[in-house]
Design a protein around this ligand. Sequence first.
Ligand code: 03F
Length: 209
Amino acid sequence: MSILLEGRFKELPPDKSIDTKAFLDSVSRLPAFFDCLGSSVFSVIKSDINGNITKIRNVYEKDPAKHVTLRHILEAEREEHRGEWPKVGATLALMWLKRGLRFIQILLQSLADGERDENKPNYIHTNIKKAYEQALKRYHGWVVQKVFQAALLAAPYRSNFLKALSNGEETTEDDCLEKVRQFLVNYTATVDAIYEMYTHLNAELDYTV
Ligand code: 03F
């Protein structure tokens, strides 16, 4: 089954709280996808994402009952680390993870909306650049921006990317994009809710790496 189906995120309850275990289960499906993209530059990105998932999981597993939702984790760490918070622990890991998730959201939404460079219809550079500019660029100094340029050169063709999302199955592009749209419903709601939580708790930092 494709990542778009098995990696579906749960629908949020009305209070938009995010169940930590369900979130970790869904988000853990994403890193394996990078192996289908076929370039070693993606392993840097994969290990950054994996590292952040592991940091959140480790905090959760120390005391699952205390960390039922992502908000519980941030509040517990704020209490525990005071002066250092929010640049600490799972709070910092989720701060960065959510930026990667936003990148993926904007990239997929742009593809689903049919945005493309008419001169290079089988490229996804336009979509990737849009996602990078909106989600990540402002947090990156020039060295990391060079890593981005390298990743851009290794980007798959649109057709191959859509096939990878469908797990190599022969489906039509329209079918795949429809699955992308369905995937994005709960996914986008979850990413938005994490951003709102960071704003609300005053946990966002804007330093560059
Ligand atoms: C900071 C920073 N992390 C890290 O230094 C940078 C790592 C490399 C970033 C390279 C950027 C390139 C992105 C674009 C690639 C485009 C190619 C797309 C092709 C399709 C933080 O690290 C640590 O995370 C934190 O733990 C630590 O404590 O200051 C902190 C200390 O530093 C980042 O900037 C996060 C980067 C996340 C990138 C996510 C990119 C996702 C790329 C592709 C998505 C493919 C689509 C998947 C679809 C799945 C569908 C279901």
